[in-house]
Design a protein around this ligand. Sequence first.
Ligand code: SF4
Length: 482
Amino acid sequence: MSERRKVHIKSYGCQMNVYDSNRMADTLAPHGYVETPTPDDADLIILNTCHIREKAADKVYSELGRLRKMRLQSADPDRPVTIAVAGCVAQAEGEEILRRAPSVDLVFGPQNYHRLPDFLTRVGNGAKVVETEFPIEDKFGQLGAPSRKAIRARGVSAFVTIQEGCDKFCTFCVVPYTRGAENSRPVAAIADDVARLTDAGVREVSLIGQNVNAFHGDGPDGKPWSLGRLIEHIAAMPGIARIRYTTSHPRDVDDSLIAAHRDIPALMPQLHLPVQSGSDRILAAMNRRHTRADYLAYLARLRRARPDMSFTSDFIVGFPGETEADFADTLSLMDEADITCAFSFKYSPRPGTPAAEMHDQVDETIKSERLGRLQRVIDRHQTDFNLSCRGRTLDVLFEKIGRHPGQITGKSPYLQPVQVLAPASLIGTVRRVTITDLSTNSLHGRLAERADGSHPEPHIESHAESHAMPPVQRPDRVATGG
Ligand code: SF4
């Protein structure tokens, strides 16, 4: 495979899939593949699918129908197009995909990405390939590493997978079945990835995993390390300005993680901590293994450790058996926990999960009505946040050129996009910005320091602010994780 070929990878769903798509591209690069942003000129099309959203498989099949038509219209016998389906739908559907969509050549699950070049060789020899096993070899050790050029092209912020899979078995969730058991990477391998990224100019790493704070990778001392200890290790590495992690489970918020939030300024004061419901009865039916009081206690401890923490969450409404009183508990938790923003979904059954078999399913009309009510509360919280931003001075990591001439754009500690008129030379640096205005999706501000780092006005530490800063946008999300 020496000639240049083009691969188009379409990612559905979460950050984890975006990261996996990048690693697939990195693995294919030494085999002559370059990425293309459209499927039209691709020799290889990979749909990296997500099973979280409702009707996920149906959406994949309809996309495959479009690709089949496209392939028929541009049929060139000298340039065959390979169509592959990866990700959680591939894992869940397996052979069924080939039966329903015969134009597909390759189906492979998330634990097999490192074997992609081998699969393509087999497809090139005329085989149809389905691989949804959980092989015992180390996937991460065998995935291709990104080139310096590829890292630079992806910007100053990067994901690093530190953990995969989940052992929690929430009754609504497919992740334990599609991604398998919890599996943490060794600390040394993660540190190598981080060093490669910072060497190429990355300043912010987001540590990701379906249940990221269950991390227990082998440390250099031969003992399992917690996420808090890993963060401490990474924060000491040269070039690191910011660390984030997602997605977490409340049960795995331990002392070392709380200490990390207290002691490590590079660890951002924003945490996505899914709760799913405010009702203890529903939390038990979901097998969440924590109560409403537990959740509030975790948030209180984190706020004591770092007073400027901001929390975002996930909610499922209309879980089987949810009464109006249970739902009222969810609404009140939004206020009591002072959650700044949240993802909210109507419950929809996932085949093979215990909740799908529960008898007391909630009527769709009721689910829709409750979702609307919850989203109005979430919007109110977001609006309050937005209004509280004006006049504050925040650290901003500048990431790229803005849409308007002379503008650059970055992120606040709370993942808010911030637009500033400033020189492009500040991209990749963290600067103090005073927020002067708001628009629908962004904050706007001016530098509170000169481009050379000197201060035209008093330096105000955002860390000392006592009120949690809300994100304007909902945070990014990893699968149903946490
Ligand atoms: S919701 Fe999160 S914690 Fe629960 S089973 Fe799914 S991935 Fe695991």
